[in-house]
Design a protein around this ligand. Structure first.
Ligand SMILES: CC(C)(COP(=O)([O-])OP(=O)([O-])OC[C@H]1O[C@@H](n2cnc3c(N)ncnc32)[C@H](O)[C@@H]1OP(=O)([O-])[O-])[C@@H](O)C(=O)NCCC(=O)NCCSC(=O)C[C@@](C)(O)CC(=O)[O-]
Ligand SMILES: NC(=O)C1=CN([C@@H]2O[C@H](COP(=O)(O)OP(=O)(O)OC[C@H]3O[C@@H](n4cnc5c(N)ncnc54)[C@H](OP(=O)(O)O)[C@@H]3O)[C@@H](O)[C@H]2O)C=CC1
Length: 422
């Protein structure tokens, strides 16, 4: 791939021409790339090719802290939005979700390679104020939104220490803001202390960005088929208990929670890698990886609680660069990063409830596969007008035949019939 050298220095047209030279793309494929070109996106990332479209839908019924939200979700997986709306509806019947986001304080680390850990600690003790002054000078406008809260010193091992800066980043995710401060502090340490700084970067650990959301589901909202609401509630609580003690189940339990949270994080132009990293490192913070939610049966119904860090912002980064992200803030109608975190935790709780209810009653496939059949039809080459026909034909087949091979056969048959009819 010698030809690709300097790809990033070429114009868009030259990049596309070179790509088609080295990769066998046909005219239709090149046209797809061109159709989704967006000049703004070209300024957002490097070696820009095109915009990759993901479907967006709206989850309904979500009530958090007394307010009902319409929640834009960007996700490629069928049944996620239906499940979020379903879980939110059950929680709404219990009065809605109550959520409290702790703070927007982000932690940053300057990791120092120390010849003498105790000497660095001494220097730190005498320079705490000076360090905070340097950090502030690197981004003085931070005081408009939040500010520097504290600086701490931690010993990592006998030759590494971490100087930790805690900054309230206001309504932004705050990574760039904090990183600029940390690099200024790193320069100060190298100049004044004469120790080598290994790196300076924010921590995605998110322990100051924890949100707790709780909700109550009346038994009547849980009844399913032959099972009473009390029985379903007991099964959901038991399922959550298993996730709390068994990491293999916890991984799937938490994936279900993140189905919803990630979809909103993507829809609002936030950094979903940061949110994922914070969630899973929090789930494993005590050594054993655990479920992020708990459910317990009370006299009044099923009570749910989710607790996880959700470090997101409503300004900065790509939040107001991507066109649809800007529209999504209008749909969501949120006014602060803390409100956003509360809504996201609510989505996670609702998503988890719907998945657990399906799992302990009908099984996930009944609801999920009904919606998944549409993807199967599309994968088999059905056009949007053929999807309904293919799905209803698939539904008439026995469960074990509702697969891609049969979808292909049905699509081929439809195409044949259409050709014959012409
Ligand atoms: C699929 C449902 C919702 C059916 O649920 P249902 O109870 O059969 O459906 P319903 O027709 O009685 O509808 C109940 C409500 O669900 C919503 N709803 C229902 N259908 C739709 C739809 N088509 N489009 C939009 N919303 C829909 C809607 O809010 C509706 O209320 P309504 O508005 O009618 O008064 C249910 O079975 C469910 O919630 N399943 C869970 C599905 C799920 O979690 N999918 C994620 C993919 S699986 C996974 O990745 C996670 C997992 C499961 O592994 C996590 C874990 O293991 O913990
Ligand atoms: N490990 C990680 O997670 C890393 C993530 N990133 C990336 O960093 C980006 C996010 O960084 P972030 O610093 O949030 O974004 P920006 O660099 O866009 O900075 C946010 C800016 O928004 C302005 N602002 C306006 N109103 C407010 C308000 N109410 N509260 C706070 N700030 C406000 C501030 O500008 P002003 O001060 O000028 O007024 C602030 O500097 C994301 O793209 C992320 O992917 C980058 C590095 C590492």
């Amino acid at each position: 791939m010698e030809k690709m050298h300097g790809f990033h220095r070429k114009s868009y047209a030259d990049r596309l021409a070179l790509l088609t030279e080295v990769v066998p793309l046909n005219e239709t494929e090149v046209n797809v790339i061109k159709q989704h070109y967006n000049a703004v996106s070209g300024d957002l990332i490097e070696n820009y090719l095109t915009d990759y479209g993901l479907p967006e839908g709206i989850a309904t019924n979500l009530v958090v802290n007394g307010q009902e939200y319409l929640v834009p979700m960007v996700v490629e997986e069928p049944s996620v939005i239906a499940a979020a709306s379903n879980g939110a509806a059950m929680l709404k019947r219990g009065g809605g979700i109550t959520a409290h986001a702790e703070s927007r304080v982000l932690t940053g680390e300057v990791i120092i390679k120390a010849d003498n850990v105790l000497a660095v600690q001494d220097w730190f003790t005498n320079h705490k104020e000076a360090i905070m002054k340097t950090a502030l000078a690197a981004h003085p406008s931070i005081t408009k939104y939040g500010g520097i809260q504290d600086v701490e010193f931690n010993i990592i091992d006998e030759s590494h220490v971490s100087l930790e800066l805690f900054v309230d980043v206001g309504d932004a995710m705050g990574a760039n803001t904090l990183n600029s401060m940390l690099e200024a502090v790193a320069d100060q340490i190298e100049a004044e202390l004469g120790q080598q700084v290994l790196m300076s970067i924010l921590s995605n650990f998110g322990d100051h960005n924890v949100v707790i959301a709780t909700g109550m589901v009346p038994f009547a909202a849980l009844q399913r088929g032959e099972l009473s609401g009390q029985e379903v509630a007991a099964r959901i609580a038991e399922a959550a208990d298993v996730a709390n003690i068994y990491p293999k189940r916890a991984a799937t339990h938490n994936k279900g929670i993140m189905n919803g949270i990630d979809a909103v994080v993507v829809a609002t132009g936030n950094d979903w890698r940061a949110v994922e990293s914070a969630a899973h490192s929090f789930a494993a913070r005590k050594g054993n990886y655990k479920g992020l939610s708990k459910w317990r049966v009370t006299e009044d119904g099923l009570e749910g609680r989710i607790r996880l860090p959700i470090p997101t912002g409503i300004v900065g980064g790509a939040t107001h660069v991507l066109e649809m992200s800007k529209v999504n803030y209008q749909i969501l109608g949120i006014h602060s990063a803390l409100e956003m975190m509360n809504v996201l935790a609510g989505v996670g709780l609702a998503q988890n409830l719907a998945a657990l209810k399906a799992l302990v009653t009908d099984g996930i496939q009944q609801g999920h596969m009904r919606l998944q059949l549409k993807s199967l039809a599309l994968t088999a080459g059905a056009t949007p007008t053929q999807v309904t026909q293919v799905v209803s034909a698939l539904q008439k087949l026995p469960k074990h035949e509702q697969d891609l091979a049969h979808a292909h056969q049905l699509v081929a048959k439809l195409k044949e019939d259409e050709t014959d009819g012409e």
